[in-house]
Ligand binder design. Structure first.
Ligand code: ADP
Length: 163
């Protein structure tokens, strides 16, 4: 059985993430979306538990997708799933440079871990969680950027977050 891991901070999940998850779920038998605590991103808008819950709701329509979270390195996490493939979305050249470097670092820790990249859908090429956080914190409309069912809670948190 083929297994993919889609890792990320998902703070919050966007339609760009969901596009990658949906496409991955068509290629692999099973997909684990893994919410990671990113040491480089100091101030999160949502806790890990909140993000797990939001991603679960957004992915509930995909029966072969499940959600997990972890605080260790992705390369360590992947060891428990021999033969799994990490799938990441690529938006721009800047994503590529970062991902290329991460891939080399991961390979040193876990040489068996393979990473594949899916090109971002053109519609979502510009979209990131940080853009959503920024727009929502200024009260701008985030319709079309995040799953509809999450809009209200993102707007609510953004208001408190900005204070
Ligand atoms: P962000 O950069 O939005 O904070 P994450 O760290 O949560 O995103 O990213 C998780 C994965 O999703 C990464 O592989 C990232 O490249 C990918 N990704 C994020 N946004 C998009 C998008 N709009 N289109 C395609 N892939 C994306």
């Amino acid at each position: 059985m083929s297994l993919a891991i889609c890792p990320g901070s998902f703070d919050p999940i966007t339609l760009g993430h969901l596009n990658i998850i949906r496409r991955t779920s068509k290629i692999f038998d099973e997909v684990i979306v893994c919410i990671m605590q990113n040491a480089a991103k100091s101030s999160s808008m949502f806790t890990i538990e909140e993000r797990v819950d939001m991603v679960r709701r957004a992915c509930s329509r995909y029966p072969n997708v499940r959600v997990d979270s972890q605080h260790c390195l992705l390369a360590e996490y992947a060891r428990q799933y021999p033969g799994c493939v990490v799938v990441k979305g690529l938006r721009a050249a800047s994503d590529f440079e970062y991902e290329f470097q991460m891939n080399l670092a991961n390979k040193k820790i876990n040489p068996d871990m393979e990473t594949m990249f899916l090109a971002s859908d053109g519609k979502y090429n510009f979209l990131s969680s940080s853009l959503v956080r920024e727009l929502a914190s200024y009260g701008a409309d985030i319709t079309g950027y995040v799953p509809n069912e999450l809009i209200d809670e993102i707007n609510l948190r953004a208001k408190q977050w900005r204070k």
